[in-house]
Design a protein. Structure first.
Length: 300
């Protein structure tokens, strides 16, 4: 495991800076895995059941009795569509399963540049539509973009998810986020140039204002109830603010939680960093509220 005891933000920054991603997809995948996973993760799984199949990982509480009616969470991992995996993102799922009794599915979607867009979208939609209804979609960074695009696509087909949990999502490449360049030196996990390089590997020559590249430009009135977590300062803070503002203007129920000092993809440092755990718990509380509202409406 990366750590054996609680850590400070400063210690996290030292670890992040010790694992530069490199230039090629292979270097990025190896460095990110080493950064987040560390040499061993087995002890993190004592209070949950983790099952694996070719499509991904499923995390459940070891004591899920009485919680069979809970909606499943499908969490799409971040990594710019080029790196990341269910294994790098298992710790937030462990928290959701162990402490909030959700079953969490971590799909293994195809990565760029070997598989350009829309391979990721197609994999995500298939996974979400195969999940038992009602389903909650979640994702961080590029995974937040994928959850957002998938939720909108499902809503247009008449089967919107119950809720959406977004952690520092990519939402805009059209220029609405004017903070990107100013945040370059302040976000240790990603900068604007690196983010755009990853986007080119995935989206190729698609226009920046295409609604699947910049879903903030899509019909946001179709969004299910949505919870957004983002830190300040952070390169994608402006993406989250733009999504919240435009969706609220269009009548969607969207909540924005801005936390000073919360790192991009900070949720991956649960359970050692208190801010990571608190971020996941806030989103879980929102999801539990929406699940309860759904049960009460069905019983009425």
């Amino acid at each position: 495991m990366p750590f054996e005891a609680p850590v400070t933000r400063e210690r996290l920054l030292r670890r992040i800076r010790a694992y530069p991603l490199g230039d090629t997809p292979e270097e990025m995948r190896r460095a990110f895995h080493d950064l987040v996973v560390g040499p061993e993760t087995g002890r993190m799984r004592r209070q949950v059941s983790v099952s694996e199949d070719p499509g991904g990982l499923t995390v459940r509480s070891v004591d899920a009795s009485g919680f069979t009616a809970m909606p499943r969470i499908v969490w799409f991992h971040g990594g710019g569509y080029v790196f990341g995996s269910p294994e790098t993102h298992i710790r937030p799922a462990i928290r959701l399963a162990e402490h909030h009794r959700f079953t969490v599915r971590l799909p293994r979607y195809r990565l760029a540049p070997e598989h350009p867009w829309p391979a990721q979208r197609d994999d995500a939609v298939a996974e979400a539509e195969a999940a038992p209804a009602p389903v909650i979609l979640a994702g961080d960074s590029a995974g937040g973009h994928l959850a957002l695009v998938t939720a909108l696509r499902m809503a247009k087909a008449g089967n919107a998810p119950l809720a959406l949990l977004l952690f520092s999502p990519n939402t805009d490449r059209s220029g609405l986020n004017t903070e990107r360049a100013r945040m370059d030196a302040l976000d240790p996990m990603v900068d604007d140039e690196g983010d755009r390089r990853l986007a080119r590997m995935c989206f190729g020559d698609m226009a920046d204002d295409h609604p699947e590249v910049s879903p903030v430009l899509d019909d946001l009135s179709l969004l299910p109830p949505t919870w957004i977590e983002v830190g300040t300062p952070e390169v994608l803070h402006g993406d989250a603010v733009a999504l919240h503002r435009r969706a609220t203007e269009q009548g969607a129920e969207v909540h924005l939680q801005e936390t000073p000092g919360l790192l991009h993809m900070g949720q991956l440092w649960q359970p050692w960093w208190d801010e990571a755990t608190a971020s996941i718990d806030r989103a879980a509380a929102f999801a539990l509220t929406k699940a309860a509202e759904r049960r009460n409406a069905s019983a009425a």
